[in-house]
Design a protein around this ligand. Structure first.
Ligand code: AMP
Length: 115
């Protein structure tokens, strides 16, 4: 069996994280290397390695994750000025942790296009 990812270990409370939101399907916590004043990761508790590995049966879970991002954005005071939501997928997408996660970034002017 493959070793659990760092995010699975956060879900299981084996390693600490600054959790900002939790429900039965998802967890949101602060990124350890923040790229903006607010940088939160929203993850499903279900172990989906990447967006590319999600199935059609995960549609409502994927929608739920976006709903959680919106809620956390309000909670973090980002709703008025705006924010960015990013999913890195696979090697070319720059994904480094093999557990699906949505980056919520805000609190500064974010440049476009990303690098
Ligand atoms: P990605 O490059 O899209 O796979 O993003 C992975 C993110 O996880 C990076 O922004 C890391 O800074 C973040 N990260 C890695 N380990 C931890 C951790 N233990 N707690 C919080 N964030 C983490």
């Amino acid at each position: 069996m493959p070793a659990p990812t760092i995010f699975k270990r956060i879900i299981d409370r084996e390693i600490p994280a600054q959790i900002v939101y939790e429900d039965d399907q998802s967890l949101a916590f602060r990124d350890v290397r923040p790229q903006a004043p607010v940088h939160v990761l929203v993850i499903p508790k279900k172990e989906i390695p990447a967006l590319a590995a999600a199935g059609d049966e995960d549609s409502s879970l994927l929608g739920h994750l976006l709903t959680v991002v919106r809620r956390v954005a309000v909670q973090e005071g980002l709703a008025e000025n705006g924010y960015r939501v990013i999913i890195n997928c696979g090697r070319d997408g720059g994904q480094t942790v093999d557990h699906l996660h949505l980056h919520l970034l805000g609190g500064r002017d974010l440049h476009w296009p990303p690098g």
